[in-house]
Design a protein around this ligand. Structure first.
Ligand SMILES: NC(=O)c1ccc[n+]([C@@H]2O[C@H](COP(=O)([O-])OP(=O)(O)OC[C@H]3O[C@@H](n4cnc5c(N)ncnc54)[C@H](O)[C@@H]3O)[C@@H](O)[C@H]2O)c1
Length: 323
């Protein structure tokens, strides 16, 4: 099976490539342009460490010709689109960049899928942020009406989902959109809270806690995410042309709990600073996971406390040594 992993040098992408290469089932074509949302040299280090025998094709996927040539040269069976500029907060300051990059990558990949004879199946990384601010007490189910997006990042993901629906209806392009919930783990993203809190605690700096840390998230370990993507890629289950599926842990934890777990692992008493709640981030967001379980037997399992401890150990021992 020939698989394109777009955004292969990213956090999820590099773990996914490693997982796909663990058996002989897949021929993996890895593409990434090492965009500088966070350190490109860290991305290289991570990819080389996790996938020492795989080459990354350094292409900008917003370039239509490059993407079409890629699909012409390799007859992909599955196209996994993880490539995007991530991050809710910085999208407020850079709307053009988010819309240009995230929409054009997705449109180019799906359009090339349409033009290609093989009609690769698409798997696309959407986000829990598409659920917006709406009623934080209820579990989020895939078929619920979405409220207005509260960031350009969320808007870009919602728009990509809509592009996929149009292509599925008009051209029979089969797409599974995966709404990921706060992914964490070793070799993670330096812009995310679990990383920056660990870094700040080790430097004895203050941690900024929005809404006093009373924000709740379903932290999902990257190993659970890549197992889910792999199951879907391998599945011969016939799906409707378009499916959207939540992939997240169903137990939510507050940011204060996150701080406590990191502090416990580091044996440090953290300094914190309370900031007001941000309008672009919901208080709590919990996935309904019935659909993932029913369709693909997907059920994220990795325990939050063990996962955070594993991340902190990785950061202190392995990462600090490498940098
Ligand atoms: N990590 C999370 O918590 C989370 C949650 C929800 C959704 N997602 C989505 O999952 C996907 C992967 O997330 P991640 O955490 O691994 O992010 P990441 O930033 O680590 O990975 C994205 C990769 O895409 C690449 N990329 C960006 N623009 C590109 C372009 N024009 N051409 C080629 N490559 C390009 C980047 O260089 C990067 O390596 C993203 O689409 C993200 O929006 C992530």
């Amino acid at each position: 099976m020939v698989i394109l992993v777009a955004g292969a040098a990213g956090f999820i992408g590099s773990h996914l490539c490693k997982r796909l290469l663990a058996t002989d089932t897949f021929k993996v074509i890895a593409v990434d342009n090492f965009e500088p949302y966070y350190s490109p040299s860290y991305k290289r280090l991570r990819f080389n460490h996790l996938c020492p025998n795989l080459e990354v094709h350094e292409f900008d996927l917003t370039n239509k010709k490059i993407v079409n040539d890629l699909f012409h040269d390799f007859k992909f069976d599955v196209c996994i689109n993880l490539a995007a500029t991530p991050g809710v907060r910085s999208s407020i300051n850079e709307p053009y960049k988010y819309l240009h990059n995230n929409l054009n990558i997705h449109l180019n990949l799906i359009e090339a899928t349409r033009l290609n004879q093989n009609k690769a199946r698409m798997i696309f990384a959407s986000s829990s942020s598409v659920y917006g601010e709406d009623n934080f007490l209820t579990k989020k189910a895939e078929d619920q009406q979405l409220s207005l997006p509260s960031s350009f990042y969320a808007y870009s993901k919602k728009s990509c989902e809509e592009i996929s629906i149009m292509y599925a209806k008009s051209y029979d392009i089969s797409t599974v959109a995966l709404r990921f919930f706060t992914v964490y783990g070793p070799w993670g993203r330096p812009d995310m809270a679990y990383w920056s809190f660990t870094e700040k605690m080790l430097k004895d700096e203050e941690l900024p806690l929005f809404n006093g840390g009373d924000m709740h998230r379903c932290f999902t370990h990257v190993d659970d995410i890549v197992s889910s993507i792999r199951k879907i890629a391998e599945s011969d289950r016939s799906i409707n042309n378009y499916e959207v599926i939540n992939i997240g842990n169903t137990l939510s934890h507050s940011v204060n709990e996150l701080v406590n777990e990191i502090a416990k692992s580091l044996n440090i008493r953290p300094k914190t600073k309370t900031l007001p709640k941000r309008s672009d981030e919901p208080l709590q967001i919990v996935p309904e996971m019935k659909k993932a379980k029913k369709m693909f037997d997907i059920e994220p399992m990795i325990d939050f406390k063990l996962g955070i401890k594993e991340f902190v150990n990785w950061y202190v021992r392995d990462f600090s040594e490498l940098m």
